[in-house]
Every structure is written in structure tokens, then in C-alpha cells.
Design a protein around this ligand. Structure first.
Ligand code: SF4
Length: 325
């Protein structure tokens, strides 16, 4: 069985979701899922910004967004612009990237620089000590360390909280001078630098500001370094935590084979994590409906005999991934 961080994470959170995802493809996707799809496609492209926008439209056109508000067009446009500028900033910082090759046992989600540094890219609403600890303990980091037997760099991109279908951060939101249309950002340390109440709040996707100019201003106003944060995570083969994780991955892989065939109780604390589980229509159905009753949302996987693995398996592109926000 080919393992991946995504599949371990999914199994950890809800065995019922894992079992569903082995049998059904879901057409539902969260805005965060679209953002990951777009950024990850763009990182390995020669034209990151355009690729990000195209990948956003492609994911949105073929899926239904999980949204609490109804303006999906605004969210899709916002997400495309956000993915484009993030991909561009990451490429400027890290240089050309390639995906780390998968093996028959492990499907990696890491990206490698020309100098050989491997990055796990996390899109997070905020970054603090708790968030760092949570990422460092996750399968997304531990699984990759153990499977590839090599250190990695955790690179967190702060995208801000989601409200009203948009992510609120300097990637998307700035202040514009009403007369000369100068762009500024207003981190606290710059409040004394002459930003008066007359400056207007603007969204990037609604202004004709070139992406390069927006990024340059973010750099000048010293907000970029707070929005992309990297931490190296070392690997030591004899570390007891690595030894235990390796052993437990093998145990979990064996359990999963059986779990896909069984009935599992709901794990309610997992249903609304990370943009919402795509199988809520089933678990919260008042009439006890099954996935087959929602042909517009779920389709039976082409080959149930080929369990879905990680994100990049050929023919099994994961469009409702579990991602941490
Ligand atoms: S909706 Fe909740 S209980 Fe149902 S599969 Fe998803 S996470 Fe599990």
C-alpha cells in the first residue's frame, strides 16, 4: 500500500471519512482546498501566476465550493489572485522548485529547491508557537521525515483568517491613497509613518495594481517576512520518535486495509475542520441518505480495488484534501 501524509491524516481524523474516500470521489471542495491545488500547481510552473489562476478556475469549474456565504464567484476570483501572488512570492524566495519524487511506499507532498532543500508548504491563517508545534507533530511533517529519511523545511505562508469568502491579509488587502493611488500596508509599526484616515481599503483583485508592484510594496513595508516563515526540521534515524512513527505507520497501513470495508461511528470533532468535510451531506442527512443518492456530489471511484493514496497519484487527483488552515 502506498501511504501519504494526506491519507494518514484523513485516517487519524475520521475512519468513516477515510472509508468513504476509498469508495467515492467527491465533487465538493473547500476554498482552502482550491488554494492548495492552485499554489502547488503554480510552484512547479514557469509562469506561476497564470498557472495559479488557471488551476483555480479549473478546480472551481469542475467542483462545488464548500461555502457558508453564497458569493462563490467573488471567492473564486479572490482565490485565484491569492494563489498567484503567493506562488510568485514563494518562487522569488525559493527559486525553481520540483516535486519530490514518490516511491512505491510513499507519496510525498514536498517541493525541492535546486540546492536540494525540501519544503513542506503550509498555508496557515496565522503563525505562532502553537501552530508551529501542531505542524511539527503532524503526519505532514513526521510522515515525510520518516518515509524519506531526510530533514525538511517547514515553510508556512500566512494567508489570514477567512471571513465573507475572502482571506484577510496583505496578500489581498492594502490601503490606497485617494489622490495619487499610492499603495501601502499598515502594520502597527508604520502607523506613525503618515497613514491618515483618508487612505482607502482595497482588495487586490478589484484594483489594477500589477502583482510585481504589490509584492514590492509588501517588501518595502516589511510585511513579507512575517507572511512567509521557514523552520528547519532535522531528521535522525535513531531518534525514538522517528523509530516509533515508522513502526506505527506500518500498523496503521495494515488497519486501513480493513477499515475501508467497515462501518465507523462519526467523529464529530473532525467534521468542520479545515474547510469542512466533503461527506457532511451524508453524515448529516436527515433522511439517512447514502452517497449514491447524491449523484451530483459523489461518484463511485473507477477502481475500488485501487485504494486512493496521496495527492499526486496518477488518475486519482485529490480535490478535497485535508489541509490545515
Ligand atoms: S462528516 Fe464528519 S463524521 Fe462524516 S465522514 Fe466527515 S468527518 Fe467523518
Amino acid at each position: 500500500m502506498t501511504l501519504s501524509a494526506r491519507i494518514l491524516d484523513e485516517y487519524d481524523r475520521c475512519q468513516r471519512r477515510y472509508a468513504f474516500s476509498q469508495k467515492y470521489d467527491s465533487r465538493l471542495i473547500s476554498p482552502l482546498g482550491v488554494l492548495y491545488e492552485a499554489v502547488e500547481s503554480a510552484l512547479v510552473s514557469d509562469d506561476p501566476e497564470e498557472t495559479a489562476k488557471h488551476a483555480t478556475m479549473e478546480a472551481a469549474a469542475s467542483h462545488q465550493l464548500i461555502l457558508s456565504d453564497l458569493n462563490s464567484f467573488m471567492t473564486i476570483r479572490h482565490t485565484g489572485f491569492l494563489a498567484g501572488i503567493i506562488a510568485l512570492a514563494l518562487r522569488e524566495r525559493l527559486g525553481p522548485l520540483i516535486r519530490v519524487e514518490s516511491t512505491s511506499d510513499w507519496e510525498s507532498s514536498l517541493f525541492e529547491t535546486e540546492s536540494g532543500t525540501r519544503h513542506r508548504i503550509e498555508l496557515v491563517s496565522h503563525f505562532d508557537d502553537d501552530r508551529l508545534r501542531s505542524a511539527a507533530h503532524s503526519w505532514r511533517v513526521i510522515g515525510e521525515l520518516v518515509a524519506l529519511e531526510a530533514p525538511l523545511t517547514l515553510t508556512a505562508v500566512v494567508i489570514g483568517p477567512q471571513r465573507g469568502g475572502r482571506r484577510h491579509s496583505e496578500w489581498s488587502k492594502g490601503l490606497m491613497h485617494p489622490q495619487n493611488r499610492a499603495l501601502r500596508f499598515a502594520p502597527r509599526q508604520h502607523k506613525a509613518a503618515g497613514l491618515t484616515a483618508g487612505w482607502t481599503k482595497v482588495w487586490r483583485e478589484q484594483e489594477s495594481v500589477p502583482t510585481a508592484r504589490w509584492l514590492a510594496q509588501m517588501r518595502q513595508d516589511a510585511v513579507l517576512d512575517q507572511l512567509i516563515v521557514s523552520r528547519e526540521i532535522m531528521y535522525r534515524e535513531t531518534d525514538a520518535r522517528m523509530v516509533a512513527a515508522k513502526r506505527e505507520m506500518a500498523i496503521l497501513a495494515a488497519e486501513m486495509q480493513e477499515a475501508a470495508k467497515q462501518y465507523h461511528p462519526m467523529r464529530r470533532s473532525s467534521c468542520d475542520e479545515f474547510g469542512g468535510c466533503p461527506f457532511q451531506a451524508i453524515c448529516y442527512s436527515p433522511n439517512g441518505q447514502r452517497p449514491e443518492d447524491f449523484p451530483g456530489l459523489y461518484s463511485i471511484r473507477a477502481s475500488e480495488s485501487t485504494p486512493r493514496t496521496g495527492k499526486h497519484s496518477a488518475g486519482a487527483r485529490t480535490l478535497h484534501p485535508i489541509h490545515s488552515p
